[in-house]
Write a protein that binds this ligand. Structure first.
Ligand code: F6P
Length: 321
């Protein structure tokens, strides 16, 4: 009998999710699976809504941002009744393995579901935050970095013309991976991330030193996780002679056509996910570690905290002198 594999995209969307859907479908078909794509994240499993995915109907999506399956943050899934209903959906459709494309929250949902349904789950890390343990990079991160860098380069043009200081808020939830990489790539004068303590005095001192060096414009890249950015802008404006402006990049960082890098990673992660399923390995996450595609226990990817390289903040400081 043909085995059935399910795919679900869950949590915040990330550019490259479609590339992953396409690649999982095509690799799984090549191995003899039938593939079902559940609609709107976990909601599709609660309401038994899915579409059959085939190598042909996943054509033409590799370059599209978002997810053709749609996604949701689905509170209903967290209660035991929700997980039980999802398990029934999987059983009713003979789904033997489920590929979950999303972040650590989605992986925790997958573990719950697996314990109730006995269905093996595989997590493919996809989030612009790059905050999933066990992988050096998540699908979508590179695209979000490039989107933010492109926008901040434009902001720098106007910052220079007006000799203004711009605080630019980037996403990343509670972590600073996105802000750190973006900050280095735009040559930010200051990078503020939740993982590294900072003070207003310190930021003002750096900007004043720059002023004395004749560098009157500046970019401060701030992760959304550092707290109230409006207050920071207000306080800075009150304590410095520079004109301070705030720009929040927002959801544009999550959209757009995935970069070649995000597509490539999605394709390789997908191949590994199907391999893990074919080997009957239960509850694994896929990751990139030191240039190699690996699998690791899903529970680790779902619950462990990923380290951030704080040396990069020091490097950014040196590069911005
Ligand atoms: O996890 C991706 C992300 O874009 C975070 O960077 C951000 O904090 C969050 O999602 C926003 O979530 P929502 O789409 O629920 O507003």
């Amino acid at each position: 009998m043909t085995k059935t594999l399910g795919i679900v995209t869950s949590g915040g969307d990330a550019p490259g999710m479609n590339a992953a859907i396409r690649a999982v479908t095509r690799v799984a078909y090549a191995k003899g699976f039938c593939v079902l794509g559940f609609e709107r994240g976990w909601d599709g499993l609660l309401t038994n809504q899915f579409r059959k995915l085939t190598p042909r109907n996943v054509g033409g999506i590799i370059q599209q941002g978002g997810t053709i399956l749609r996604t949701l943050r689905c509170p209903g899934f967290e209660d035991p009744g929700g997980v039980k209903r999802a398990a029934e959906t999987l059983a009713a459709n003979d789904v033997e393995a489920l590929v979950v494309i999303g972040g650590d929250g989605s992986f925790r949902g997958a573990l719950d579901l697996s314990s109730k349904s006995g269905v093996s789950t595989v997590g493919i890390p996809a989030t612009i935050d790059n905050d999933v343990f066990g992988t050096d990079e998540t699908i979508g991160f590179d695209t979000a970095v490039n989107t933010a860098v492109g926008t901040i380069d434009k902001i720098r043009d106007t910052a220079i013309s007006h000799e203004r200081v711009f605080i630019v808020e980037v996403m990343g939830r509670k972590r600073g991976f996105l802000a750190l990489e973006v900050g280095i790539c735009v040559g930010a004068e200051v990078i503020l991330i939740p993982e590294k303590p900072w003070s207003l005095d310190q930021v003002i001192r750096i900007m004043e030193e720059n002023n004395q060096k004749g560098k009157r414009a500046g970019i401060i890249v701030a992760a959304e996780g550092i707290g109230d950015i409006n207050l920071l802008a207000k306080e800075m404006q009150g304590q410095t002679e520079s004109e301070v402006r705030l720009s929040t990049l927002g959801y544009a960082q999550r959209g757009g056509s995935p970069t070649a890098r995000s597509r490539f990673l999605a394709s390789l992660f997908a191949e590994k996910a199907v391999e893990v399923i074919c080997n009957d390995e239960n509850n694994k996450a896929i990751g990139l570690q030191d240039g190699k595609i690996v699998s690791l226990p899903l529970i680790d990817a779902a619950t462990k905290r990923k380290d951030i390289d704080l040396q990069l903040v020091n490097l950014a400081g040196i590069l911005a002198t």
